[in-house]
Every structure is written in C-alpha cells, then in structure tokens.
Design a protein around this ligand. Sequence first.
Ligand code: PLP
Length: 393
Amino acid sequence: MFSAIDMAPRDPILGITEAFNADINQNKINLGVGVYYDDNGKVPLLSCVQKAEEILIATPAPRTYLPIEGLAAYDKAVQELVFGADSAVIQEKRAVTVQAIGGTGALKIGADFLKRFAPDAEVYISDPSWENHRALFESAGFKVNNYAYFDAATHGVNFAGMIADLKAMPRGSIVLLHACCHNPTGADLTADQWTEVIGTISSGGLVPFLDMAYQGFGAGIAEDGEVVRRFAATGGPLLVSNSFSKSFSLYGERVGALSVVAASADEAARLMSQLKRVVRTNYSNPPVHGGKVVATVLTTPELRQLWEDELAGMRVRIKEMREAFVQKLAAKGHDFAFVRDQIGMFSYSGLSKAQVEQLRAESIYAVDTGRICVAALNSRNIDIVIDAIAKVL
Ligand code: PLP
C-alpha cells in the first residue's frame, strides 16, 4: 500500500536549519529562522508568561476538556485585543472567536470553514507570502493564486499592481492579507494604501482573510491591530487569524485564534455552530495550557502591562538591529536604507540566491530568496554578518 509513495518536498526553511545544525563552525549564524531571538541569541521566556504559570501552578486544576471553541476567557480577551474592547462588532455580538492551535491552526479552521460555504471560490495570496499559506489553502481544496505585492526594484509594495489584481478578482474571491509585518518581505502598506485596499475589497465583493501573526512587532499592539478594526468597521464578512507564538514567545504551546465577523448576532451564532463543527472534526477541542497562560496575562492588569513592556522591548530591539544593519553597511559604502523602512521580524534583503550561497560558505545562513530574520541579529553577531555581506556584494 505504501510502496509507491514519493518523498514529499523538503521544507525550505527546515533545510536551512539542518544545514546550520550540521555546520561545525562555532561562529555560525542562522538568519533563516522564523523566531525572535533576544540579544543573547536565545528564544526568550517572557516574565509575564513565567508569572502567569506561577499563578496557575498555585491553583492546580484538573485537565478536563475545554469547550470546542476553547477557553471562554481566552476567546473574549483575544476578541478585545484584535478588534478593540469598544468595537461595534463585539458590542453587537457580531464577532465569533475560536481558540486555535497557533496561527496555522486558525488558518486551517478558516480554510476548512470557507470550503464548506464557498466551495467554488478561489483564494488569492500575496506574491510572495508565508510559504505555508498556499499549502494550507490548497490542502483545504482551494485553487490558490497570487496577487502582485512585492516590488524588488523599490524593496517596497507594488501597490498599483496589487490594486489592479484586486480589481480583476471575481466577486466572492477570498483574499489573504497580512495585517502587519509582512512575512517574508517586511514591506507593509501605508494607512492610505489600506484605505484603498479596503474600498476595493468592499466594492469588489471580495472576502478578506487577515492573518495577524506579528501583532505588536510593527508600530505597537493597537497600531498593528488598526487594520483589523478598519476592515471590521466595513461590516464583514471578515476572517482574522491571529497567533501568540511570536508576541508571547510561546511557539511550542500553539496558541492562536480564528475570529469571524458576521452581519448580525443571529448570523454570528450560526457561524459559530459551523466553526465548532470544523474544530470537532479536526481535533475536537484545543489544548488548555497555552490558552490559560495568555488569558491570565491579558486579563491581569499587572501582567498585561508587563507583557506590553516586554513586547515593546522585542519591537525596539528589532528596530535597533535594522538601524545598525543600515548604518554599518552604509559605512562600507552600501545603501541598504530600505531595511530601515521595512517592518516586523523579516527583511527581503535584496541579496541574490548566489550571494546567499556565498554567505553560507562563511557559515551565515539565510533563505535563498534573500529573506533574513532581523530578530536573529544581535550586538555580538552583527559585525560578523555585515563583514560577510559586504564581502559578497
Ligand atoms: N502566519 C504567518 C504570516 C506566519 O509568519 C506564521 C508563522 O511563522 C504563522 C501564520 C503561523 O503561526 P503559528 O506558529 O502560530 O502557527
């Protein structure tokens, strides 16, 4: 039965990690990762998470099943974070939220849900996008197309191309958008450009699906969530996946959520019943621990403040690394000013595949597309990286 099965293609990022792990150079640097490292090159354990875990341990609880849609306190806190506590969609009970297994799980629930109710729609993702977007929607049975997004010449967004592609999409098409901190390019839309995108999507009868995996890594928690609020104000339909993997440094706990905005409270109740069916037939109900940690932090004022401060610390450190990267390359005669304008954890550095390969010979690992994780740079490795990049330019 299994003898004819082919080997599946390797995950490109995992391939980098394997090559990095096999490298015996003690000064090797992995810029191919998709996680935030602190200035010591370590994945941080946030103090707010540790304190929340202390609270949870002090009040031991049996591990019963959570409801299908997840922990109520978590879903409520997520909704308020994503849409804003004073949001009309919350007040009017038009938003429904289910706890999900990370941002990936949220996207998968959303994709399976959409496939049931919009089976003939096609999905559009940015060119380029997080590499799992295409695979996730294809595995849910959708045809996945690209819309123009990145302009290699300007290192920014090809906005005219994006709008032209949005206008050409058939009504009912599903458009996946990065709410902030675009992965992999680091190129985001301006507020005015979002106005035009929101207008085009509304008038074109398109279904926006916002993926927010980096809330708080751009301009701030509220600032990054603003796009979601602006879409929600149009009245829906709207799907939003969000993840706490990065913003809480809780990668392995798998904490995320899917929220859907409906036209009325009655419609929302029906949507929730169908979302629960999707969850039930995938994994029945979500795990307890990560959801409890995040809910505890978000609903305990001191911990919430601590989290906001710690997240700001991560955001500021990335910005400092961007600035240092630009200045140090400028000092060697290379203009990388665009890296300062990019936002979030990643940068499409403009390095070619050949240059990335040359860097590998120096034990510095990046993605073939030239994507580097700015959060993998730190005060001790940046000079090594700059010297190596200057050498291959
Ligand atoms: N969406 C984007 C754009 C991402 O970059 C990622 C993770 O890298 C995810 C979703 C998935 O997040 P999670 O690790 O929580 O599943």
